[in-house]
Write a protein that binds this ligand. Structure first.
Ligand code: WT7
Length: 654
């Protein structure tokens, strides 16, 4: 890492101490770090004890055959019972599990833990009737409706392995996942609501099942959500309301082995076909429920809201399994956010813990603070961020405008593979630094190493690695142990390579610098795309920025930036005509913030950035533009017309 790169983030000196009242009653305090470090297995055993087990484990961790871990060996439990029945048994059946907010205005539904338990039991009975049993795979392709959580838990209850495919993915993507895990049932809906209108899902399932390689599916279970017309294949397709609703609400749950597979979540690799990340039962439920309780300082009367879609790991770990295992009351939101609609939900339900992504925060920044300022969000007490590094400006805006300067921001680093949050502040302990995920949670061992796997000293950068196994770690890639070893464990023996660059600051706190594949090398200096983006966004006229390294004859790589202006700056630029002065101003700003080496070779002012449906910027496509190539595959973009807009822009400015 270049000196400039490292010193830029280190100049961030703001600190936010935990609120005193929060610290005084925090679920986890400073002592946990030492206790967990001295005996991490005992620490995780205590965490596992928060769950209900059939048979208690005989061994906390079996690491005799690395990198294949086994946690809570010999133990048995049922994830669905832990997420539903046990709260009813504890006398909390009337507590609301889900405040579901559907998209058509006013379509709302509250589901208590007693109701959730009944629904899961009915769905489990239905699965049995449909011939789905322990170990079978079930693909779930659904909108954000309560039935998706019910379907997941029903699978877990009978021991079937679910694979949830994000509803925004294409028929092809769905088909390839069904084929890879040889699913025998698909659970879907006629459609869902997006931006005010019904959007069909069932046709994509029909199309996926037409492919000759998709030959194991026996039944398709369909929830009627929108009421739109659907094609129907007699004998294969069955309505949820026909099959599930008539089932008894009693279901005897089997206790499954702690290492019984819970689900497969596909995530894109750097090349080739998606990787099926396998998570198992005991360790995953321990890791997610414990971190949900610790990182969000969860109390019984909290109202929690994670804005992720259930089709991603965040939706699995921090909407379904973690929160429900903890008996949390939470919001589930179907729609796409319109201006102010999220803040209205916070006001209406008195949400106290809010968990979202930096990309959303920056979108709201762009719209201006007048919108959130119009709502009463005084119920909030903790704010979370996940998915990408949060730049200091977005952090501060989140803290000030959404959190009223009173709520700690927890920037949580983790991955589909880690299953659970790994690096994060603790709201009652940590004096937060804007832009830093701070340190590994108690019981987690992370480090930043150089090319030779040597830990770097404070003040230096390198690769983020995990040095000890953790409960919710992926167990393997579905059907591909070799790829599991090659991808994560082969770079340095005994270390899990996360694929992220990171640095330790002078205090040893960790700053994530983005994927190492996004780190550029300019004239032999390593520069982080994240850091340059952060510098650009710190300019008052910039709302959002994406940076790529474009091949350059003299410097190896050159920095190319794509920038979205704030609405006020757009108006000003329109008034004054050309934006070339502005480009010069921004280049100078980056030079000033990081050093001349980081100055973008070119900056394009664009109306939108190409993002996947999960909100990740597709730098690959921007790189194509920056290197004047034909733009590659745009099918995973949330809005594929964005690239046309950018290319148009390019032809008018170059
Ligand atoms: C990658 C994992 C974790 C659930 C959502 C994404 C990046 C994630 C942070 C953070 C900096 C972050 C990393 C990681 N990432 N959280 N707080 N700060 N980077 O899951 O799709 O598996 O992506 O997201 O690069 O490797 P995912």
């Amino acid at each position: 890492m270049s000196e400039q790169t490292l010193s830029n983030l280190s100049t961030e000196t703001r600190r936010f101490e935990p609120p005193a009242d929060l610290a005084a009653q925090a679920n986890v305090t400073e002592e946990a770090y030492d206790r967990a470090a001295s005996d991490s297995e005992a620490y995780w055993a205590e965490a596992a004890d928060r769950l209900d087990w059939g048979q208690k484990w005989d061994q906390v961790l079996d690491w005799s055959n690395p990198p294949f871990a086994k946690w809570f060996v010999g133990g048995t439990l049922n994830a669905a019972v832990n997420c539903a029945d046990r709260h009813v048994a504890a006398g909390r059946g009337d507590k609301v599990a889900l405040h579901w907010v559907g998209e058509p205005e006013g379509d709302r539904r509250d589901i208590t833990y007693a109701e959730l338990t009944d629904l899961v039991c009915q769905a489990a009975n239905a699965l049995t009737e449909l011939g789905v049993g322990k170990g079978d795979r079930v693909a779930i392709y659904m909108p954000m409706i309560p039935e998706v959580a019910v379907a997941m838990l029903a699978c877990a209850r009978v021991g079937a392995i679910h694979t949830v495919v994000f509803g925004g993915f294409s028929a092809d993507a769905l088909a390839s996942r069904i084929v890879d895990c040889e699913a025998k049932l698909v659970i879907t809906a006629d459609g869902g609501f997006r931006r005010g209108s019904a959007s069909a899902l069932k046709p994509a399932v029909d199309e996926a099942l037409l492919k000759s390689e998709v030959d194991k599916i026996e039944k398709v279970l369909v929830v009627r959500r929108t009421g739109q017309d659907v094609e129907w294949q007699e004998g294969r397709d069955v309505w949820w309301h026909d099959v599930v609703d008539r089932q008894p609400t009693e279901h005897e749950a089997e206790m499954h082995d702690s290492e019984h597979p819970l689900f497969v979540m596909y995530t894109s690799g750097s090349t080739g076909k998606p990787k099926g990340i396998l998570h198992t039962t005991g360790g995953y439920l321990t890791g997610t429920s414990f971190t949900h309780w610790a990182v969000f300082d969860l109390k019984d009367d909290d109202v929690y809201w994670c804005t992720a879609d259930v089709g991603w790991i965040t939706g699995h770990s921090y909407m379904v399994y973690g929160p429900l295992a903890n008996g949390t009351t939470q919001v589930m939101f179907e729609g796409t956010p319109e201006k102010g609609s999220w803040w209205k939900v916070i006001e209406d339900y008195k949400v106290s813990i809010f968990y979202t992504a930096p990309t959303a925060i920056r979108t709201f920044m762009k719209q201006g603070r007048e919108i959130p300022d119009g709502y009463d969000m005084s119920s909030l007490r903790i704010l979370g961020s996940v998915g990408e590094p949060i730049n200091p400006e977005a952090y501060i805006w989140y803290r000030e405008v959404i959190g009223g300067n009173r709520c700690p921001v927890v920037d949580t680093w983790w991955q589909t593979e880690t299953g659970q949050i790994m690096i994060s502040p603790l709201p009652g302990v940590t004096a937060g630094k804007p832009g830093s995920a701070m340190r590994a949670l108690p019981g987690i061992a992370a480090d930043v190493v150089d090319d030779e796997a040597k830990p770097v000293p404070n003040g230096s950068g390198g690769y983020l690695v995990l040095t000890e196994p953790w409960p919710a770690m992926l167990r393997t890639l579905w059907g591909d142990d070799q790829r599991f070893k090659d991808t994560y464990w082969s770079r340095w023996p005994g270390l899990y390579f996360a694929g992220d660059g990171a640095k330790k600051d002078d205090d040893g706190d960790i700053w994530l610098l983005g994927r190492v594949d996004d780190v550029m090398n300019v004239s032999g200096h390593r520069l982080s795309t994240t850091e340059i983006e952060s510098a650009l966004v710190s300019h008052p006229k910039v709302a959002e920025a994406a940076v790529v390294g474009a091949t350059d004859d003299t410097t190896g790589q050159a920095v190319v930036a794509f920038v979205i202006l704030r609405e006020s700056a757009v108006a000003e630029a329109d008034e004054q005509g050309e934006g070339s002065d502005l480009v010069a101003e921004l280049r100078a700003h980056v030079a000033h913030e990081i050093g001349p080496i980081a100055k973008p070779r070119s900056i394009m002012i664009v109306p939108e950035l190409p993002k996947t449906r999960s909100g990740k910027i597709m730098r690959r496509l921007l790189k194509d533009v920056a290197e004047h190539r034909e733009v590659g595959d745009v099918t995973t973009l949330a809005d594929s017309s964005v690239m046309d807009l950018i290319k148009q822009q390019e032809s008018t400015t170059t």
